[in-house]
Write a protein that binds this ligand. Sequence first.
Ligand code: GLT
Ligand code: MN
Ligand code: MN
Length: 385
Amino acid sequence: MYDPTPEHRFTFGLWTVGNVGRDPFGLPTRAALSPVEIVEMLGDLGAWGVNFHDNDLVPIDASWSEREAIVRAFRGALERTGLCVPMATTNLFGEPVFRDGAFTSADPDVRAYALQKTMRAMDLGADVGAKTYVFWGGREGAEVDAAKSPVDALKWMRECMNFLCRYNDDRGYGFRFALEAKPNEPRADIYLPTTGAMLAFIETLDTPEMVGVNPEVAHEHMAGLNFTHAIAQAWDAGKLFHIDLNDQQPGRFDQDLRFGSANPKAAFYVVKFLEDVGYDGPRHFDAHCYRSEDAAGVRDFAAGCMRTYLILADKARRFRADAEIQALLAGLGGDSALTPVMAAYSTESRDTILGAKIDRHALAQKQLPYERLDQLVIDLLLGVR
Ligand code: GLT
Ligand code: MN
Ligand code: MN
């Protein structure tokens, strides 16, 4: 029942299961897996797809013929396993050239290089059938605000995104762009730090309909925000193009923990939301296995992300089928004679509301049995219901 199959649309990045356990203080703790080995492992575990940054697949200095050989081997693995590539992205953060930003660098030649690298990476993504193109601007930020106006940074970012939207059209790739926010790390502060900020920025682009968001659990939690509320706003705006599932203790460095491992209750509401609204995009796990694990542990990690999602999806079904929970919910809110009046402004609705007798004391006495409701959710999640 909790065994993943491709219909569940679970995906992983080459950089997630391929993470070798390097951190800012320590060397790798496990051997690197090749892209082909990763695809085979994911196929074996029941995943649907695999995503990558340009240089996760093709080394930055590879020649064209090396690139072609790598893509051929990768495609072979996709065909053998039935995996697809739903999403691709660009590494605009690893190389020293991006030390002060890619699209927001004050140096026009750095920005041009970032555009060139992204266009080539879009070509690569399109070659293997990717449909979504993610932009995570890890270096688009600052330590020294004296050095750069954040308004200029936004202007350069907009210019680059507009340029790439045109490239997408020009080549007929049909990518949906998904912008991923993060508040900090690796920069002291990253511009457009939350999903909400990204949503507002998108509306300033020339073709906003081409661009949505890729919210990540850990990134909103790092900012102390409610992830489910963030994806709800994105969904409401028709902009939830992709999602990065993982976990994160608040107030820490970017932990990229196995999905649901730190805050299963928050993870439950994420899964419940996605299942309730019928989100049909990839469920992408952007997480890393503990540094203490070996290759077998990486399998446990990947299997665990998917299993937890499926357990929580089952809990969401039980929530919907639970008579007591549904009875409690039915008693909340509801309609009154003023419901239709509020739906549209007119001089009549204005006067009706201005003249209505609304007993604020009686309203304040209405029961809101949230303690009971929340305990029922806890009982459900802890498996005694
Ligand atoms: C990097 C980052 C992630 C982004 C990836 C896409 S790379 O691992 O921490 O949140 O989604 O660029
Ligand atoms: Mn991410
Ligand atoms: Mn992250």
